[in-house]
Design a protein around this ligand. Structure first.
Ligand code: TYD
Length: 216
């Protein structure tokens, strides 16, 4: 048994591109886990803490910053996400809660590999990986074209990475990172192109397996 399996709580991460339906699935999964009687802490990156707020302003163009700076800030935001004394997720896990996070370090591997390279990102996030490796990362895979179409329906100003060209590159980087980290990280890639219910079902099968429940 490795050390991670000795932790009192489980850590589940949902990954996917902007427009992949990840936030919808996050909300559904959190509710289903609560219905099962689990104490669930649901959270996201960038965080709503001080570093996350700074990043948000960079993503929406209020503050100008280069990609390298943003990549480094995400790594710092993640450490704060784990360790801060207000709502740090490590303490929640150690207190027996199930933590469900909308994004974690695979987002960095996908969104910033083009500017700083995957090796640097793995190194910059190695403290987070050492502190808390997800029990499972579930990647909701949707084509860049479909994500873009869904984003256009939101009728708000696109953020930094919300355009077709960027999303195509990001999807390729996600898949490359999963391939590179096979055997080191626990992950599942699911087809996110179907309707909401189909995706929910695929996620539930994976999560039920994690908890050792009969799939219902
Ligand atoms: P998203 O998760 O879609 O949240 P929201 O719907 O609230 O905007 O957006 C977060 C953005 O941050 C998204 O474009 C991906 C980006 N991001 C990175 O570039 N690097 C990271 O390490 C993380 C966690 C997110």
């Amino acid at each position: 048994m490795n050390l991670d399996q000795c932790r009192p709580g489980r850590f589940i991460v949902l990954e996917g591109m902007d427009g992949s339906g990840k936030s919808t699935q996050h909300a559904i999964l959190a509710e289903r886990l609560r219905d099962r009687g689990l104490r669930v802490h649901d959270t996201h990156e960038p965080t709503s803490g001080p570093i996350g707020s700074l990043i948000r302003q960079m993503l929406n163009g209020r503050i100008q910053a280069n990609h390298e700076t943003i990549a480094a800030l995400f790594a710092a935001d993640r450490i704060d996400h784990l360790l801060n004394s207000h709502d740090g997720i490590l303490a929640k896990i150690n207190g027996g809660m199930t933590v469900l996070s909308d994004r974690y370090y695979f987002s960095s591997y996908a969104y910033h590999a083009a500017s700083v390279g995957l090796d640097w990102l793995i190194q910059a996030n190695s403290l987070s990986a050492r502190l808390l490796r997800p029990d499972i990362t579930i990647f909701i895979d949707v084509s860049a074209e479909m994500c873009c179409k869904r984003l256009q329906q939101r009728h708000r100003r696109p953020e930094l990475y919300e355009n077709l060209e960027a999303l195509k590159a990001i999807r390729a980087k996600y898949l490359f990172a999963f391939d590179q980290l096979k055997g080191r990280e626990a992950f599942e890639i699911i087809d996110g192109a179907g309707g909401v219910e189909g995706v929910t079902e695929q996620i539930w099968i994976i999560v039920s397996r994690l908890f050792g429940w009969d799939h219902d």
